[in-house]
Design a protein around this ligand. Structure first.
Ligand code: AMP
Ligand code: DBH
Length: 561
C-alpha cells in the first residue's frame, strides 16, 4: 500500500539496498512465523501482566499474534489504520505489535510517560482509528487517558484496554484478552516495503514528529544489531527501558533477541532493585541503559546481594556517556560496555565488542552498515546551512542517509524541507567528530533539543505550555548542566504586569496540562525582563543562547553586563 504521507527512498536506491541483501523482502509477520517454525519451543518473552507471571515460547507468541490480529480485525481495525499504542513493559506488547503488523495497521509508539497532550497530538496527527493501552500503570489511569483521547479526537473509534487488575478504567473499552480469544485466521500478506509502524521523535521544534519505518528497513537494522551485539540463542535480553522506545525495541532490543532465538525479559521498572532481581532470576546476559540509569546501577551494584554474574554486555546510549562513567561500568557490573548512539529516525552506531578499550570508552561507536553514509558539515547558520564538509577529524553537524534512515517524517512536508537535505540526508542535529576508524564521538548538538538523561525535550513545546498560564508574559526554556542527568531543564519566565506566578505554581500548571513528567521544567526562575540582544528583536534561538551563557557564567538574565 503506498501512502502519500510517506517519503519513500528513490527507486534506484531501493533497488540497490535490495541487491546488496540489506532489504530481503520479508515482513514482520512472515519473520515471526519463520522463527516459530524454526524453534517453536524456545522462550520468547518473560514478564508480568499485573500479578500474573508470563513465560511464552516463540510458538505461543506467534499464535497470540495471529489470534489478536483476527480479534482486532473483527473490531474494525483495517490495513492502513494508525493505532496509538501505549503499553508499559508487559508481555502483551509483543503479540499486539505483531498482530498490528500482520493486519497492516500501524502502531504509533507512545511512551508510558506520555499524557493527554502528547496522546491527543499523535492521535490527531496520525488520524488514528484506535488506542490500545493498559488499565493502569505506576498509579496512573491509562484507560481513562485513552478514553479521553478517543473523546477528543474524532478519528478514534475504538479503545482497547489490557486489564491487569490494577484498577484503571476499562468501562467503554474493548478488552485485549477477549480480542486475543478470537480463532486465528490467515490475513492477506503485507508488502515489505510499506510502513510497518510510526516511532516518535524526541522533537526539537514542538510536539513529537512521526517516524515511518518499513518492514524491510527496520528488519535490516534488527538483524545487524543482533549480530553486532553478539546475541546467541542462549542470550537473555533485559528490557529495562520502556520497550516501545527505539533503543530497547531494536538496539538490539527485544526484536534483536527474537531474531537470535534469545529470550527477552520485560522489567516493569528500570530501577536497580527491580532489575537486579530479574537479572539474578533469569540469568540476564545483556541489557541497555541510559547514562543516569547506568550510574544508579553502578552505585547499587556495590551494595547488592543479587548475583549479577550472568551479565556479559551492557549497552549505554540515548545520551552521551562520558569516559569517566564509561570506565566504571565494566568493572562495577562485571560486563563488557557497548556504547550506542542511535536515533528513531534510523542511523545507529555501536562500539564493537572487539574494539580496543580506548574506542569503547571515548567514542559512541560506528554505524551499523557499510552503506550508512556520513557527512560532517560546517555547523554554520542552521537556518541557512551551507553543508560544507569540515576537515577530517574536526567537529561538525552530522548528516546521514542509508538503508534504514528515513527520507522524511510522516505527514510533515514543511518540516521535511529543512530536516533533510535536497539529496535525502537527515540532519541529525548532533555535533560530532569522526576518528580515522570511523568511530563517532558526540560532542554536542546544533538542534534546539534538551537531552535530559536520554529523554528528549523540545524547549518550544515547554515554552508554549508556560505561556498558556494567564500570569505569564514570556518564557524561555534551556538545558543547563546536571551532574546526574547530563542536562536538566530550566525555564525563565517574565510575568504579566500585575501577575505574580511562582515556580511551584507554574510547574504544577504544566504538569496539569497533561504532559510527560520529564517535560515539566526542573527549575523555574521568575525575572522582570529578558535581555535584549543584538538590535532589539530577539530570536528564540538567540534568547535561549543568551540565557544559557548567563546561567553558565552564574549571572541572572536581568543582570546588566
Ligand atoms: P530521537 O531522534 O528522539 O530518537 O533521539 C535521538 C537523539 O538522541 C540523537 O540524535 C542524539 O541527539 C541523542 N543520542 C542518542 N544516543 C546518544 C549517545 N550515545 N550519545 C549522545 N547522544 C545520543
Ligand atoms: O536515543 C535514541 O533514540 C536511541 C539511543 C540508542 C535510539 O533510537 C537507539 C539506540 O536505537
Amino acid at each position: 500500500m503506498t501512502d502519500p504521507e510517506h517519503v519513500p527512498w528513490p527507486p534506484e536506491v531501493a533497488d540497490r539496498y535490495r541487491a546488496l541483501g540489506h532489504w530481503r523482502g520479508e515482513t514482520f509477520g512472515a519473520w515471526l512465523s519463520g522463527l516459530a517454525a524454526a524453534h517453536p519451543e524456545r522462550t520468547a518473552v518473560v514478564g508480568r501482566t499485573g500479578p500474573v507471571a508470563q513465560r511464552w515460547t516463540v510458538a505461543e507468541l506467534d499464535d497470540r499474534a495471529h489470534r489478536l490480529a483476527a480479534g482486532l480485525h473483527d473490531l474494525g481495525v483495517r490495513p492502513g489504520d494508525n493505532v496509538v499504542l501505549q503499553l508499559p513493559n508487559v508481555p502483551e506488547f509483543l503479540p499486539v505489535v505483531f498482530a498490528l503488523f500482520r493486519l497492516g495497521a500501524r502502531p504509533v509508539f507512545a511512551l508510558p510517560a506520555h499524557r493527554g497532550t502528547e496522546l491527543r497530538h499523535v492521535a490527531e496527527w496520525s488520524a488514528a482509528t484506535a488506542v490500545i493501552t493498559v488499565d493502569a500503570h505506576a498509579r496512573f489511569d491509562h484507560g481513562a487517558l485513552a478514553r479521553a483521547t478517543a473523546d477528543a479526537v474524532g478519528s478514534v473509534r475504538e479503545v482497547v484496554v489490557l486489564d491487569t487488575g490494577s484498577g484503571g478504567t476499562t468501562a467503554g473499552t474493548a478488552g485485549l484478552a477477549e480480542l486475543a480469544a478470537a480463532p486465528a485466521r490467515e490475513l492477506p500478506a503485507r508488502d515489505p516495503g510499506e510502513v510497518a509502524f510510526l516511532q516518535l521523535s524526541g522533537g526539537s521544534t514542538g510536539l513529537p514528529k512521526l517516524i515511518p519505518r518499513t518492514h524491510d528497513d527496520y528488519l535490516y537494522s534488527v538483524r545487524e544489531s543482533a549480530r553486532i551485539c553478539g546475541l546467541r540463542p542462549d542470550s537473555v535480553y533485559l528490557a529495562a527501558l520502556p520497550v516501545a522506545h527505539n533503543f530497547p525495541l531494536s538496539s538490539p532490543g527485544v526484536l534483536g533477541a527474537l531474531h537470535a532465538g534469545a529470550a527477552s525479559v520485560l522489567a516493569p521498572a528500570p530501577d536497580p532493585a527491580t532489575a537486579f532481581e530479574l537479572v539474578e532470576q533469569e540469568r540476564v546476559t545483556i541489557t541497555g541503559l541510559v547514562p543516569p540509569l547506568a550510574a544508579a546501577w553502578i552505585d547499587a551494584a556495590g551494595r547488592t546481594t543479587r548475583d549479577l554474574s550472568s551479565l556479559e554486555v551492557v549497552l549505554v546510549g540515548g545520551a552521551k556517556c562520558g569516559p569517566e562513567l564509561a570506565a566504571r561500568i565494566g568493572p562495577a557490573l562485571g560486563c563488557r560496555l557497548q556504547q550506542v548512539f542511535g536515533m528513531a529516525e534510523g542511523l545507529v552506531n555501536y562500539t564493537r565488542l572487539d574494539d580496543p578499550d580506548e574506542l569503547v570508552l571515548t567514542t559512541q561507536g560506528r554505524p551499523i552498515s557499510p552503506d550508512d553514509e556520513i557527512r560532517i558539515v560546517d555547523p554554520d547558520d542552521p537556518a541557512a546551512p551551507s553543508d560544507a564538509l569540515v576537515k577530517p577529524g574536526r567537529a561538525g553537524a552530522l548528516l546521514t542517509r542509508g538503508p534504514y534512515t528515513i527520507r522524511g517524517y510522516y505527514r510533515a512536508a514543511a518540516h521535511n524541507a529543512t530536516a533533510f537535505t535536497a539529496d535525502g540526508f537527515y540532519r541529525t542535529g548532533d555535533l560530532v567528530r569522526r576518528r580515522p576508524t570511523g568511530h563517532i564521538e558526540v560532542v554536542g548538538r546544533v538542534k534546539e533539543q534538551i537531552n535530559r538523561g536520554g529523554e528528549k525535550v523540545a524547549p518550544a513545546e515547554v515554552e508554549d505550555h508556560l505561556m498558556a498560564h494567564p500570569d505569564v508574559l514570556d518564557a524561555a526554556v534551556v538545558g543547563v548542566p546536571d551532574e546526574y542527568l547530563g542536562e536538566r531543564t530550566q525555564a525563565w519566565v517574565v510575568p504579566r504586569p500585575g501577575g505574580a506566578p511562582t515556580g511551584a505554581v507554574l510547574r504544577r500548571f504544566v504538569r496539569e496540562r497533561g504532559v510527560a513528567a520529564f517535560k515539566v521544567p526542573d527549575l523555574v526562575e521568575i525575572v522582570p525582563a529578558f535581555p535584549v540582544t543584538g538590535v532589539g528583536k530577539t530570536s528564540r534561538r538567540e534568547l535561549r543562547a543568551a540565557l544559557q551563557d548567563r546561567t553558565a557564567a552564574g549571572t541572572g538574565p536581568d543582570d546588566e553586563e
